[in-house]
Design a binder for this molecule. Structure first.
Ligand code: ZN
Length: 157
């Protein structure tokens, strides 16, 4: 996403645990919605909110919108991912510390697949396939969990 566009966005109020909106299953986005100015504003505002709050990923339910939409911060800028589907998870896993903008001051060691493949639609409506590893793979798993009402603390004993 264009940084100038993100600069014009607005910071949205975050939904904080244990708000029940974090536990819903998010709805698939009808791609006609990409033409909706409000939906495009939501994407920009999510990017802005993530960057201002020093997050590396944000899911729409975290700003109170029940759509299958996430934004992730990558080395190449912010990528919005609409209707993301993880198509393959590596069998090798890694344990690392995670936090979440919806759970301030909470951290935990979470085991996740090291790498994955996923399919999504970008903000322009283009179908994309991505192979991710390292932090990006972890962030995508964390954010897709949000779309299914799952929080990282669910993995902690
Ligand atoms: Zn989170």
């Amino acid at each position: 996403m264009d940084q100038k566009q993100i600069d014009k966005g607005h910071v949205r109020r975050l939904v904080i645990y244990p708000d029940s909106r974090l536990r819903r299953t998010a709805q698939v986005v009808d791609l006609a919605r990409l033409q909706d100015k409000k939906f495009q504003e939501l994407i920009v505002d999510m990017a802005k909110t993530m960057l201002i709050k020093d997050g590396i990923g944000l899911a729409a339910p975290q700003v109170g919108r029940n759509w299958r939409l996430i934004v992730v911060n990558t080395d190449e800028g912010v990528w919005p991912m609409i209707n993301p589907i993880i198509t393959k998870l590596s069998s090798s896993t890694t344990i690392e510390e995670e936090g979440c903008l919806s759970l301030p001051n909470t951290f935990g060691q979470v085991r996740r697949a090291k790498s994955l493949q996923c399919h999504y639609i970008n903000e322009l409506g283009k179908e994309c396939n991505l192979t991710a590893k390292g932090t990006l793979a972890r962030v995508i798993q964390h954010e897709v969990d949000h779309l299914n009402g799952i929080l990282f603390i669910d993995y902690l004993k």
